[in-house]
Design a protein around this ligand. Structure first.
Ligand code: SF4
Ligand code: SF4
Length: 159
């Protein structure tokens, strides 16, 4: 994962206003950095470098390039957990949508990238469905799930 070094990036005080002006970005400045979004985020659980609270602080500080060029921007699964946990109704999931659109519009990623990501998300959902249906075959028995065996399970015939 890329290094996080704010000292290398230019600060643009207009950035937070540009984000807040987009549909979905309007509650950005209500954030008081409590961290509830980060505490419940399933992506943060597997990759501590992904931190919704930090991303919002970076936007408020005007770190456009650091935010929009970061690979982290694309790790959110839009599960809306942070949306439900936020005491300030910041709607971080919507803000991620705004930031991703900006990243495309401002040339940080190729426009085709978002379609590739949507295709990858659809593939992941398909894999989860197949895995769940496989596990359901012995749902009435005690058992465990070992991720190391997942590939073999997915290689079996479609359920
Ligand atoms: S939960 Fe809401 S208020 Fe708290 S840090 Fe996240 S976005 Fe900000
Ligand atoms: S919507 Fe994105 S940032 Fe929010 S909890 Fe889900 S994965 Fe994390």
């Amino acid at each position: 994962m890329e290094a996080q070094n704010t000292a290398l990036y230019r600060v643009d005080p207009r950035f937070k206003h540009e984000v807040a002006a987009q549909p979905g970005g309007d509650n950005l400045q209500a954030c008081f950095a409590c961290g509830a979004c980060t505490a419940g985020c399933p992506v943060t659980e597997i990759d501590a470098a992904y931190n919704p609270r930090r991303i919002i602080r970076q936007v408020l500080l005007g770190l456009e390039e650091e935010v929009l060029k970061s690979d982290l921007l694309w790790l959110c699964t839009t599960c809306f957990t942070c949306y439900a946990h936020c005491p300030q109704d910041v709607k971080f999931t919507d803000i991620m949508g705004v930031l991703r659109n900006m990243a495309v519009e401002r040339g940080y990623v190729h426009p085709s990238f978002t379609q590739r990501l949507e295709d990858a998300d659809e593939y992941c959902q398909s894999m989860r469905r197949r895995l769940a249906l496989h596990l359901l075959k012995d749902k009435d028995q005690a058992g465990t799930f070992d991720p190391k065996n997942a590939e073999g399970l997915l290689g079996e015939d479609e359920v």
